[in-house]
Design a protein around this ligand. Sequence first.
Ligand code: ADP
Length: 248
Amino acid sequence: MRDAIIELIDVSKIYSVGEISTTALKDVTFRVYKRDLAAIMGPSGSGKTTLLNMLGLLDRPTRGKILFEGRDISRLSDKDLANLRNRKIGFVFQTFNLINRLTVFENIELPLIPRGVPRSVRAEMVKEAILKVGGDVSWLRKKPTQLSGGQQQRVAIARAIVGNPPVILADEPTGNLDRGSAKIVVETFLNLNKEGHSIVVVTHDPEVANCMEKIYVIRDGMIVGEHGADPKESLIAKMLESSGGRRA
Ligand code: ADP
């Protein structure tokens, strides 16, 4: 069995707004292993984003335990948790979440600033990250809005990986993209996975989910299934396979 990086053990999350409480996750046990390549699918409101927020240490559970590399994170202060997140987890969002008044370079270097990485080293790391996601160094001086949606998402992925975190969590990363751009984003994730990153993608899109290795199904805050992905069910997977993009 490969080592688990993140473990949720019997995690429940209950949101209370006034008198109304919603159980977004019910006793979920979920592990992210080294080199995982997983999709999480489920209907709207089933708890996908809440699950991703728990895996990303962005929120604390109401009940249950979260272990990161074997360590119970409930004892960590918010500051230590933020440090851990900064070094270990890269986030990718549906709407890219780039800062439009900053250049692409400045967006990508953001996670390196709290770590005190010197500017010259940051410049090298940013360049390496943009090339790793199949981008171009000419993008670095531009503003995000001067790029296409697919290119912006690759910039967001470069920002997620610039500090070389072992885990990348993505929430509907292709939700705002056309098929061609979605294919490039999926291909980027597969390449990062080959390099050893664990990838967990929340998606509505079976085309994307079937490019991963396994698919978890969530419903009403519970994981109700886990099965292997079927690349035959995905045009994107077929296209990537024929161009050698998918892991053998
Ligand atoms: P999904 O990502 O699958 O659409 P979510 O995790 O966003 O599902 O939401 C699961 C449930 O929790 C939904 O019923 C949603 O309305 C509720 N929920 C999510 N976040 C909050 C919040 N901050 N406050 C109150 N209820 C919330």
